[in-house]
Design a protein around this ligand. Structure first.
Ligand SMILES: [Zn+2]
Length: 120
């Protein structure tokens, strides 16, 4: 059994997004979690594939107070290349079907969150 994964979304050393993978059934989770909810085995941390395709999006015009200075901004659902559907903030205006890379970035006082940028 490997070390118990924590729920931290990012690898501080690399700045990359991290998930967890079950040591028994190999199911992978985003956000990372210490125990597999399918078979209850321990998980280990694994790096996510940082690219995907925009599945859907919306533009926020009336943001919560933390993002008051950012509006309008887009929130996108990204179908990641390794099988996840991830919610992310758009770094620049995106359209459905756009190919994006996803990085972790410090946003307001929320800490690190996924941010999508178009691959050109
Ligand atoms: Zn499992």
């Amino acid at each position: 059994m490997g070390a118990i994964a924590d729920s931290t979304a990012t690898d501080v050393a690399s700045g990359g997004l991290m998930a967890s993978r079950c040591e028994r059934c190999e199911k992978t989770y985003w956000y990372a979690r210490p125990i597999c909810s399918s078979c209850m085995a321990l998980t280990t941390r694994t790096a996510l594939q940082p690219s995907g395709t925009v599945y859907s999006l919306t533009t926020v015009h009336r943001p919560p107070a933390l993002f008051a200075g950012r509006a309008p901004y887009q929130v996108v659902l990204v179908d990641c290349d390794d099988g996840y559907r991830m919610l992310a903030m758009a770094e620049t205006p995106l359209s459905i079907g756009a190919r994006v890379s996803i990085r972790s970035r410090k946003v307001a006082d929320l800490g690190e969150v996924p941010v999508a940028a178009e691959i050109v």
